[in-house]
Ligand binder design. Structure first.
Ligand SMILES: [Zn+2]
Length: 342
């Protein structure tokens, strides 16, 4: 979701500057960020992945030029570009593999295509890891040495950052927190990836709608019944605001499933903070319902986590909204630049 984030002007910004690109299934966000992670300009273009990766790379290059002009900068002011993409990737080789998120870009050397089109070195990263780095650098994780981010949207994304290190793993699957197994039963819910029992199958927006539909089909009385044709987590939240019992139960169950996954992350990583991002936050910190959801997650974590973590690990909402991806991608470009400069 676009935000009303204030831009820092070139006169107040700190050099060097970096461009961050956050590729989504529908839109690509491109932003210019200063050395302290403050956005200087921001724009969005449509992904149109069916036109192919080469076309996409060229349009990204043009959009970066526009974003730089908006920030009163030129290409020479930016030493590195950061690029975050969704789906299955081969990060070391800069490739998108077969992916249902961006079918038109499947099996493409997207990092090098963008690098050639822009004329700059490109730091390549998974989109959820980029968002995690954004929150770690300047968002809800900025006070901590390590964070785990879970993004609740159509699917459940994840990223783990430990002291400027992204946990990408040997096969670019590191930090895929949505695919943690939380239910081993044969009839466990089916995940978007085709396996059963993964966190995403319980806590994504898709799963929330599916669980609600199932309860309605089973005959539960609820004010959601008259809105069942177009159910979304937002509608579940609206009915929960009117104290509909089923809607509240769906949200509480989501908090419990999520907590089961969070506790596993805590026991593997022991991060300073677990941050919840993505569009599905039931109102977030600004609403009573959102705060109730967060409190439920914390309570359910407390029932399952080893003692020091219950009091010491922060569990909070993300704070950068839809800006986390491009800010984080720019931050990863900055890391690549700093490592090169050493
Ligand atoms: Zn899965």
């Amino acid at each position: 979701m676009p935000t009303d984030r204030k831009f820092v002007s070139v006169d107040d910004a700190e050099e060097p500057f970096f461009a961050g690109v956050d590729v989504g299934g529908t839109n690509i966000k491109i932003g210019v960020v200063d050395n302290l992670g403050r956005p200087m300009s921001w724009l969005s273009i449509s992904t149109d992945d069916q036109k192919g990766a080469q076309d996409g790379a060229e349009r990204i290059a043009k959009a970066i030029k526009r974003a730089l002009a908006d920030a009163r900068l030129t290409a020479k002011d930016v030493p590195y570009v950061g690029l975050g993409t969704p789906g299955t990737m081969d990060v070391p080789n800069g490739r998108i593999l077969q992916t249902h998120n961006l079918p038109g870009w499947s099996d493409s050397p997207i990092r090098d295509l963008v690098s050639e089109a822009v004329g700059k070195p490109v730091a390549f990263v998974n989109d959820a890891n980029a968002a995690a780095y954004g929150e770690f650098w300047v968002g809800s994780g900025r006070a901590f040495n390590s964070i785990a981010l879970l993004t609740l949207g159509t699917g459940v994304g994840g990223g783990v950052i430990i002291g400027d290190l992204l946990i990408e793993g040997e096969n670019s699957i590191g930090g895929e927190l949505g695919h943690m197994v939380i239910d081993y039963h044969e009839n466990a819910r089916m995940c978007g990836c085709g396996h059963r029992g993964h966190l995403e199958a319980y806590c994504s927006a898709t799963a929330v709608v599916k669980r609600t539909q199932e309860s309605l089909e089973a005959g539960r009385a609820s004010s959601l019944r008259k809105r069942r044709a177009k159910l979304t987590p937002l509608i579940v939240a609206e009915e929960a605001e009117t104290n509909d019992e089923l809607a509240l139960e769906i949200i509480d169950d989501t908090a419990r499933y999520l907590a089961v996954g969070i506790v596993s992350v805590m026991h593997v990583v022991d991060p300073g903070a677990v941050v919840l991002g993505g569009a599905m936050n039931f109102g977030g910190r600004q609403t009573e319902l959102g705060r109730r959801f967060l409190a439920r997650v914390q309570q359910e974590v407390a029932l399952r986590a080893l003692e020091p973590l219950v009091t010491r690990t922060a569990v909070d909402f993300a704070s950068l909204g839809g800006d986390a991806g491009y800010i984080g991608a720019a931050g990863i470009a900055r890391l690549a630049y700093l490592r090169k400069a050493k």
